[in-house]
Design a protein around this ligand. Structure first.
Ligand code: 5GP
Length: 186
């Protein structure tokens, strides 16, 4: 790899191992399923960060539960590490959510601005219920009040990668969740 192509960050300390994530995802799925009524569940994953989490989460749900999935893509961080606070929908849901029990599945909540704006948008579509499930919560950084119904882990104020979370498009494929360390050439 040449100096020009070196990533600015690389995987650092493991915060949550694959085993810890698997166990917590199973617990979350059990709790969500137990609190879902007979009408079934539409799980809405926010791309790209929540894709891996959502696919593991729904596969831990009982076969008798009517689970459907869909995805949205919205602009949040862009190229910098600050959210803009406004949500631009890059890819919308495939169908109407009126009367549906919707679960928004997000990788991480930081300031809460992205999720807060997204929930405002979804509420105007009149779902029967709207719940939120986030894998990671940086609760100390919250700026917008958002009700998180299901949370995997609380994380410190550090940039994290892996299990779907990226840094400049890289490291989503890691099976554990780690800090992102500044790259220093040796
Ligand atoms: P918020 O609007 O809550 O400040 O930002 C939420 C979004 O910021 C997440 O969906 C995610 O895309 C991004 N984000 C916030 N913190 C991190 C982090 O530590 N790592 C990664 N990869 N993305 C983050």
């Amino acid at each position: 790899m040449t100096e020009k192509t070196l990533p600015a960050y690389r995987p650092g300390r493991i915060l949550f191992s694959k085993g810890e994530i698997d166990a917590r995802v199973r617990e979350l799925a059990g709790g969500i399923a137990a609190e879902t009524c007979g009408g079934g569940l539409l799980a809405v994953g926010i791309l790209n960060g929540a894709a891996i989490f959502l696919s593991d989460l729904v596969r831990c749900m009982p076969p008798e539960l009517d689970v459907q999935i869909d995805f949205m893509s919205i602009s949040s961080y862009g190229s910098a590490t600050r959210t803009s606070g406004t949500v631009r929908i890059l890819k919308d849901l495939g169908g109407d959510i009126a009367g549906r029990d919707v679960l928004v599945v997000e990788d991480i909540i930081d300031t809460g601005l992205t999720l807060s704006h997204l929930l405002d948008v979804l509420r105007t579509r009149r779902p029967a219920s709207l719940r939120t499930c986030v894998l990671l919560d940086k609760s100390t950084r919250r700026e917008a009040a958002v009700k998180v119904d299901y949370c995997g882990f609380t994380v410190p104020d550090a940039f994290v990668i892996g299990y779907g979370l990226d840094c400049a498009g890289k490291w989503r494929h890691l099976s554990d969740i780690r800090t992102a360390e500044p790259w220093t050439a040796e």
